[in-house]
Design a binder for this molecule. Structure first.
Ligand SMILES: Cc1ncc(C[n+]2csc(CCOP(=O)(O)OP(=O)(O)O)c2C)c(N)n1
Ligand code: SF4
Ligand SMILES: [Mg+2]
Length: 302
């Protein structure tokens, strides 16, 4: 959380409506939250991360999964605070290591729906190696990356997804490093389901997260978001609603993109939203591990 910016934690507690116990009992989706122990959230007012949390809750609710069947794993960052507020089996681990912990968990508890929620820095800078190898193995983890193109929690350093030329506290003359295209990296590394949407297109996000959870192998949903208090402020993008409108204006559905001419596609700078890749042909890794240990146990041939 950027300390110098007004966030929920800066408000006078008397001004905040703490959710009451009976609110949580009033709907099935609210049952996914960790009652009134951890609210209000640390997120700045208007941050997109809460929207992704809402999508995740609805996706799990629509699939009829009980809280005990789900494990939500995170590293460190604004995005990674999400498990703190949710009443699943949760692990809030170290920066960049969500997928390492999630891999161990999936192998030890293969019947659990293991979901890793990560920031762009968390997943692709310090955690980049874990990301490509989790996809390469095709381990049955649903990964969700909230891509706000910045290190939000630590005050706005550039990340592996910050566009060239954009300002960050560590790039006062504009970023000079080309960004990773997250989805394309996941596809090239072997992921079996890859989709992208934005926190403006929330119904798409709900659907993609639901589909990603239903997949057997390694799945990824990139949720393009914004950090208005660091990235937005440094680049003069305005308020949270302004940045939200930007996501609407600067994105295009995959079906509309496919109707563009080859030249228009090559020149496209908008965020392409949609299910970008599905491959059901690969074996899920924790199952392969189980088969191997069974062969070893029964003295099968090497
Ligand atoms: C090993 C280690 N290195 C660095 C940090 C400091 N750190 C905490 S969060 C963070 C980056 C957060 O950015 P991102 O993952 O994009 O998440 P966001 O806050 O934007 O949601 C960093 C560098 C840390 N906690 N641990
Ligand atoms: S990502 Fe940015 S806007 Fe969101 S909680 Fe963190 S510092 Fe605040
Ligand atoms: Mg980030």
């Amino acid at each position: 959380m950027a300390e110098h910016i007004l966030g929920a934690h800066d408000l006078d507690v008397d001004e905040i409506q703490i959710p009451r116990e009976d609110w949580f009992e009033s709907s099935d989706t609210l049952q996914k939250l960790r009652k009134n122990k951890k609210f209000p959230t640390i997120w700045c007012a208007g941050c997109g991360i809460g929207i992704v949390m809402g999508s995740l809750i609805r996706a799990i609710d629509h699939l009829g999964l009980s809280n005990d069947e789900v494990a939500l794993v995170s590293g460190i960052g604004c995005t990674s605070r999400m498990p703190v507020y949710m009443d699943f089996n949760t692990m809030h681990t170290t920066h960049g290591r969500a997928l390492a912990f999630a891999t161990g968990l999936k192998i030890a508890r293969p019947h659990m729906q293991v979901i890793a929620i990560m920031g762009d820095g968390d997943a692709l800078a310090i955690g980049g190696n874990h990301f490509i190898h989790a996809a390469r193995r095709n381990i049955g983890i649903t990964s969700i990356i909230v891509n706000n193109a910045i290190y939000g929690m630590t005050g706005g350093q550039y990340s592996p997804t910050t566009p060239v030329g954009k300002q960050a506290t560590t790039a006062p003359y504009g970023n000079i490093e080309p960004p990773f295209p997250i989805c394309e990296l996941a596809i090239a590394s072997g992921a079996t389901y890859v989709a992208r949407s934005t926190v403006y297109h929330v119904l798409e996000l709900d659907k993609y997260i639901q589909e990603a959870i239903q997949k057997d192998g390694f799945s990824l949903v990139e949720a393009v978001s914004y950090c208005h208090t660091t990235y937005g402020r440094l680049n003069k993008f305005g308020t949270a609603p302004d940045m939200m409108r930007g996501l609407k204006k600067d994105s295009i559905s995959k079906s509309a993109f496919e109707k563009l001419s080859p030249r228009e596609r090559a020149e496209n700078s908008k965020i392409v939203r949609g299910v970008l890749h599905v491959d059901d042909s690969r074996e899920e890794f924790s199952r392969v591990c189980r088969q191997l240990s069974e062969r070893v146990r029964t003295g099968g041939s090497q």
